[in-house]
Write a protein that binds this ligand. Structure first.
Ligand SMILES: C=C(O[C@@H]1C=C(C(=O)O)C=C[C@H]1O)C(=O)O
Length: 378
């Protein structure tokens, strides 16, 4: 499909206030899109549905769904970089306000009190930053994210019930193909300064180790056999202007284990919530003082048929059997994201706090993270 036709269809969908999502998976050049035919508000009951899911951070709230059967699917193969019209440079808007800074630092200090009293091991604290913009152009911003972040999961989501969201996330929550699954522990942050050969502090190493240990433990509790569970060495991974520590974790689901159970065990991971999970979640919900909505929730393809088809020479019966077995799910944590309004973008950023955190450094980390979105806004 031609670029003008593809984006023209998305624009028309948006102009008609109909739900849609367009996305490109890490390292791929294929941009896929689901255009829902009507504006019905579908939610997922137990993640057994087929389509694209958009789930909030708060696990008590329902995940929004664009069902495959209620939508048209479009695919566009990206050739080179998209052409982006020149923007007026407005560097002064890059800076957050002093009030934002004070608020975040006081939140981190509150978190530190809790951590030092031994009630929590880690808590991820975040904030929402308003950036005023004159009539932001969602499709241009999406193209810029696509140009800038080839290794991220880049998306543009719209639903009249949720508003318009965009992001470029480096974090996979869960990939499942057949019974094989993959996830990752991503935490610890420093600025990328031209080299991947960097030293990591104890605080970062520890907060990332917490995430790995907790994911592995939760998967074992769920019944995933230890012999099938594999963890990579921890390594440095780049996400735009940032570096993180990452461990890849993979395994095999036992027969009968379903997606809903494994997601319940994983989401929210200590990479975006904390430890102990429930206590950290309660602290976040009561102290952050704003609604994260879909930030640090998850999103992605749910139970799609595997597109790898077998040789046409195979008998039909076999093809059918194969197709019903292999389903593919690819879910990502909704980070480095923003919600777009008519005259503003709301950026969502946070970071993991442990007892060794320095509030000023934690503030700087959120400022650095916000650059992922600001790079395309200005
Ligand atoms: C919470 C965010 O990122 C998460 C927190 C990180 C950290 O604390 O170092 C690193 C990567 C993510 O798991 C965010 O980007 O807003």
């Amino acid at each position: 499909m031609d670029e003008a036709i593809f984006f023209g269809r998305l624009r028309k969908q948006y102009d008609q206030n109909l739900p849609f999502v367009a996305y490109r998976k890490p390292g791929e050049r294929t941009i896929q899109s689901f255009l829902q035919k009507e504006d019905t508000f579908f939610t997922s009951e137990d993640l057994s549905e087929t389509g694209f899911v958009f789930a909030p951070f708060d696990t008590r709230k329902k995940a929004v769904l664009i069902p495959e059967e209620a939508s048209e699917k479009l695919i566009f193969e990206q050739q080179g970089d998209f052409e982006i019209p020149e923007k007026e440079k407005r560097s002064e808007r890059l800076n957050p306000s002093e009030a934002d800074k004070e608020k975040h630092i006081s939140l981190v200090k509150k978190g530190l009190l809790e951590l030092n009293s031994g009630n929590l091991q880690k808590v991820v604290l975040s904030r929402k930053e308003k950036v005023e913009l004159e009539q932001p152009e969602p499709f241009e911003l999406f193209k810029e994210l696509l140009n800038s972040y080839s290794t991220a999961f880049v998306y543009l989501w719209y639903h009249p019930e949720t508003g318009l969201w965009l992001g470029a996330t480096p974090e996979t929550l869960l990939k499942v193909e057949g019974r094989n699954f993959k996830t990752m522990a991503l935490a610890g942050t420093q600025k990328f300064q031209g080299t991947m050969e960097v030293e990591w502090g104890e605080k970062e190493k520890q907060e990332q180790q917490y995430v790995t240990d907790s994911i592995v433990e939760d998967l074992k509790k769920l019944g995933v056999s230890s012999s099938a569970l594999k963890s990579s060495e921890v390594y440095t991974a780049r996400a735009g202007n940032l570096l993180h520590l990452r461990t890849d974790i993979s395994g095999r689901l036992a027969a009968g284990e379903n997606l809903s159970e494994i997601i319940k065990a994983l989401h929210p991971t200590p990479a975006v919530c904390g430890l102990q999970k429930e206590k950290a979640q309660n602290f976040i919900l009561s102290e952050e003082n704003y609604d994260r909505e879909f930030y640090t929730g998850f999103l992605g393809e749910l139970n799609l048929q595997n597109s790898t088809s077998r040789s046409v020479n195979k008998r039909n019966v076999e093809n059918l059997a194969y197709r019903t077995v292999k389903k593919k799910t690819a879910l990502f944590v909704n980070l480095r994201c923003m919600k777009l309004r008519e005259n503003a973008a709301y950026l969502y950023v946070g970071g993991g706090i442990t007892k060794d955190s320095d509030p000023e450094a934690e503030w700087e980390e959120t400022v650095n993270k916000s650059q992922t979105m600001k790079k395309v806004l200005f």
